[in-house]
Ligand binder design. Structure first.
Ligand code: GLU
Length: 286
């Protein structure tokens, strides 16, 4: 299999230094291995995605010296694929519709208990109020959740290999940890037809990604992705979670940190090699 990496931005704001680092690193790793670097636009959240941001992403990445094969995968064009993946999980008896809003979940969660985690990689750990509802009872405004306890009983729990320096090694999925620190994650968000977790596993498999290069903030979500890969019969790539680029106060950069936008550096006359230097990557030979 050809060594294949990807950069998968959401077109919901300008690319900043952290994105540049992720894209350049994934690109450099592919080039060093004689492999492929792919781009994917993660635009399932149509309420926040803008074509103008997508155009700016292409422009900034080209300016950085990156190239990628066409056509670019866009999540908004793949809803039937995500539906098929969901249907497979439903056929396994692992999904249920949930009508709880944030306030319902807060109320059902009750007071925090010592030693019991409240938040996981998918947000607040769901208290299970709707768990006995059946897929056929789904209403228009419901979200669809994964029954984690059933999922870990059904799946052959895999391990995954990590090459990022902070987490390097082999990590085995732990059923207890998935139940108590992750819980019943959302597979389909309201008005979205999918979720980040469901889409990313289908997309990485369909793009033939062998090495998923992304920020360390997504390391905890990886166990969800590997579980879904096991359940859906999809391959598990090698993961490489890289350090996050932080601002002067040590906070990780977010989309709203326009001060670090690539476009701003460009406007101020920076070169692509300057950007490489700022994120601590060696100069490119090209
Ligand atoms: N779209 C995600 C982001 O912008 C990246 C997801 C991934 O690399 O798995 O943070």
């Amino acid at each position: 299999m050809t060594f294949t990496t990807r950069f998968a931005p959401s077109p919901t704001g300008p690319l900043h230094l952290g994105h540049a680092y992720s894209a350049l690193l994934a690109h450099d790793m592919a080039v060093a291995a004689g492999g492929r670097f792919l781009l994917r636009i993660e635009d399932i959240d149509q309420s926040r995605s803008r074509t103008a941001w997508e155009a700016q992403i292409y422009d900034d990445l080209h300016w950085l010296g990156l190239t990628w094969p066409q056509p670019v995968m866009r999540q908004s064009e793949r809803l039937p694929r995500y539906r098929a993946a969901l249907d497979r999980l439903t056929a396994l008896g692992l999904t249920y519709p949930c009508r709880c809003n944030r306030a319902d979940i807060e109320a059902a969660a009750g007071a925090p208990q010592e030693g019991v985690p409240q938040f996981g990689p998918d947000g607040r750990i769901y208290p299970g109020t709707c768990r006995s509802r059946l897929p056929g009872q789904a209403k228009e405004r419901d979200v669809i959740r994964l029954n984690m306890e059933k999922a870990v009983q059904t799946a052959e729990l895999r391990s995954f290999n990590e090459t990022g320096p902070a987490f390097e090694g082999t990590h085995q999925l732990d059923p207890e940890q998935l139940i108590s620190t992750v819980g019943d994650i959302i597979l389909v968000r309201r008005n979205m037809g999918s979720s980040y977790h469901l889409s990313v596993v289908a997309d990485d498999a369909d793009q033939g990604i062998t090495h998923a290069v992304r920020g360390a903030d997504l390391f905890e979500a990886t166990q969800i992705h590997v579980l879904l890969q096991s359940l859906l019969g999809l391959p598990t790539p090698v993961y490489h979670h890289h350090r996050l680029i932080r601002d002067a106060q040590g906070k990780r950069l977010a989309k709203r940190d326009d001060a670090r936008a690539i476009a701003k550096y460009r406007a101020e006359g920076a070169t692509p090699q300057d950007i490489r230097g700022l994120v601590g990557l060696p100069a490119s030979s090209g």
